[in-house]
Design a protein around this ligand. Structure first.
Ligand code: CIR
Length: 252
């Protein structure tokens, strides 16, 4: 069960965030409204939410998930792969130090939290444009020291691992695209997300509810059929920056 979440209010500079989506520039006021709804949804799942203030220096800093890995043994500060995002970890380190007894840090290579999928005490680590083998090895070394394990997954098309696959507990994964055919996910009960709803593969399990982006009815039906209560959240303005639901929070 998760008890807490950390989010960061988007800054006006988000309109300069990194994107490949070609969906236009985000509407800042609408993004703020959607972010507030996202926080309400986290609270509706029973979480106590810490809202960090906007940081205008970092246009992508609302995507806090990329800056840390939170485990039941401690937190690990990442080393973001995009040049413009590297400094985002400083303030996250401070807040996580007040939440965890143990905070480790990745000191070599690059690694984004969006590439890390937690399945109990095992962590799948995507090798992507943002996360390289050196960063993945550094993370797995820390996990091993804490009695946990990790393994890497090669990515071909997705930005991050969790862009296309997420763990919904009870052995379920919600997956799309390249992840449907990967041998490492065969042991799971795979809920296959159609290509035309691929964005909704980035949903999040929280205490047996599943937050999912609004407007993807086939994926919502899959989630409900698997026995979860689905909570829809409007994400259009974050999608314009390649951001999914999971990227907007750290949950622990
Ligand atoms: C970026 O390209 O870094 C941001 N515009 C989006 C980050 C999305 N994060 C995630 O999938 N974990």
């Amino acid at each position: 069960m998760f008890q807490k979440a950390i989010v960061r209010t988007p800054g006006q500079s988000m309109v300069q965030g990194i994107t490949t989506a070609e969906l236009g520039i985000p509407d800042y006021d609408l993004a703020l409204e959607q972010h507030r709804s996202y926080v309400y949804a986290l609270e509706a799942c029973g979480l106590n939410v810490t809202i960090l203030p906007a940081d205008e220096h970092y246009p992508d800093s609302t995507f806090v998930e990329d800056t840390a890995i939170v485990t039941r043994h401690g937190a690990i500060i990442t080393r973001p792969g995009a040049e413009s995002r590297k400094g985002e970890t400083t303030s996250i380190k401070t807040i996580l130090a007040s939440c965890f007894d143990v905070v480790a840090e990745i000191h070599s290579g690059s690694l984004d939290g969006g590439d890390v999928m937690m399945v109990g005490d095992h962590f799948f680590v995507g090798l992507s444009d943002r996360t390289n083998a050196e960063g993945a090895t550094a993370l797995i070394d820390i996990l091993n020291q804490w009695g946990m394990t990790g393994s890497t997954v090669n990515l071909n098309t997705m930005l991050h691992l969790k862009t296309g696959i997420v763990y919904l507990e009870r052995n379920h994964v919600l997956a799309t695209g390249e992840f449907l055919a990967k041998p490492e996910f065969v042991p799971f009960s795979v809920l296959p997300v159609d290509e035309d709803e691929a964005y909704a593969a980035n949903s999040i399990w929280i205490n047996d509810k599943v937050m999912t982006p609004a407007g993807y009815p086939k994926t919502r039906a899959l989630i409900e059929k698997a026995g979860y209560e689905a909570i829809e959240v409007e994400m259009s303005e974050f999608r314009k920056l390649d951001g999914g639901l999971s990227c907007l929070s750290l949950r622990f």
